[in-house]
Write a protein that binds this ligand. Structure first.
Ligand code: PLP
Ligand code: COI
Length: 370
């Protein structure tokens, strides 16, 4: 692929306005001791403006707090918005690292192109993470399997009700300490197969990380919860036959012939966790097939014993075994099925790399605090 990364201007100087009322040490520690995904945010946030005339400008770190927004801001009406999800990990020596941030920068640029938003240069993206960690590094928790979730996002802030790409845009990064996404450790989850709703269509925005895709998944996610499942799995919108992805994760099936199979489609988000786990599997000699996978293939493969494991993967949740798949008229697996061996061991290798416990032979980790 051609190098589409826009270059950053050389004079990137962030102005830092310290929060005059940061959370006290004891209160922060209480949050770090028991982090709940997406609930408590650090003392600061990054804010960079973009305008058609001035390009990217006014990079700032400022106290975390409400964003002034005109009620006519076009994001509120037409949903022109994109985001990323990544984590900062504390290593045993206290240093702070993140995982493949170049890939998040690239994906944000891809999402921006699809949503007619300006592309944020990779250097700006990386520096904004460093700037936030420089002021809020003490918010990166130490306990096993905890991290600081970083949420970069960009939206149309121009006050204008005409339907066209906004001429004024904002980019922010906020952060919150997190533990395991599903609460437990590596407990298998139950997945609901949505046959009524789809998430994305051909030529649509499924491959972009944009808020509307998640809004479109919420009703199906509610249906999943009503059926006792933690997540929803979508099928393709044309034939209603091929696996796409979960509301917030990709899916991988494990066959008994050392093959991992995962959907290939231009309507799903190209997950960095999935790409990484599959690379680790290939290092171990597994074959990886990226191709259309039908729901019948999974059901029949499960019955015949050829498909022995399934897992979901994404930044927030890492790698999660799927114990059970429930549809309106069938169920495979069981909610208390044990986690599969391949799933558990790939997950372990991935998190060991992220927490600096094993060699990072792919050079995926990038230090943020120096
Ligand atoms: N698919 C969707 C819809 C997601 O929201 C995510 C999470 O970001 C993923 C897949 C996995 O992507 P990644 O592994 O890059 O976090
Ligand atoms: C992530 O894994 O980072 C996600 O964005 C998924 C979800 C929390 C929306």
């Amino acid at each position: 692929m051609a190098n589409l990364l826009p270059m950053a201007p050389k004079d990137l100087v962030f102005r830092v306005d310290a929060n005059p009322e940061p959370l006290g040490d004891a209160e922060r520690q209480a949050v770090l001791d028991n982090p709940v995904f997406g609930t408590v945010f650090t003392d600061h946030m990054v804010d960079i403006c973009w305008s058609e005339k001035g390009g990217w400008h006014r990079p700032r770190v400022q106290p975390y707090g409400p964003i002034p927004l005109d009620p006519a801001a076009s994001v509120l009406h037409y949903g022109q918005e994109i985001f990323e999800g990544m984590k900062a990990y504390r290593h045993a020596d206290g240093s702070i690292w993140t995982f493949r941030p170049d890939q998040n920068a690239l994906r944000l640029q891809n999402s921006a192109r699809r949503m007619a938003l300006p592309e944020l240069p990779t250097d700006y993206f990386l520096q904004s993470l460093r700037e936030l960690v420089a002021v809020d590094g003490k918010w990166v928790p130490e306990a096993p399997e905890t991290s600081l979730y970083l949420r970069p996002f960009m939206f149309a802030k121009e006050a204008f009700l005409g339907v066209r790409p906004a001429k004024k845009v904002a980019f922010y990064v906020i952060a919150c300490p997190v533990g395991p996404y599903f609460g437990g450790d590596v407990a298998p989850v139950s997945i609901w197969l949505s046959t009524q709703y789809t998430r994305a269509g051909k030529g649509g925005t499924g491959a972009a990380k944009t808020g509307g895709n998640y809004a479109a998944s919420l009703l199906a996610q509610t249906e999943a919860s009503d059926n006792g499942c933690q997540q929803v799995l979508f099928l393709d919108s044309i034939e209603g036959k091929y696996l796409e992805e979960l509301g917030g994760m990709n899916i991988v099936l494990v066959r008994n012939d050392n093959t991992l199979v995962t959907p290939l489609s231009d309507t799903i988000l190209s997950g960095i966790t999935r790409d990484s786990v599959l690379a680790l599997a290939e290092d171990r000699g597994y074959r990886v097939e990226r191709r259309a996978v039908s729901i019948d293939e999974w059901r029949e493969g499960y019955e015949s014993g050829e498909i022995v494991e399934a897992f979901a993967c994404g930044t927030a949740a890492t790698v999660v075994p799927i114990g059970q798949l429930k549809g309106p008229d069938f169920t495979i697996g069981s909610a208390d099925a044990p986690a599969g061996e391949v799933t558990v061991s790939l997950r372990q290798e991935l998190v060991d790399i992220q927490y600096g416990r094993v060699e990072d032979r792919h050079d995926w980790m990038v230090r943020l605090d120096s």
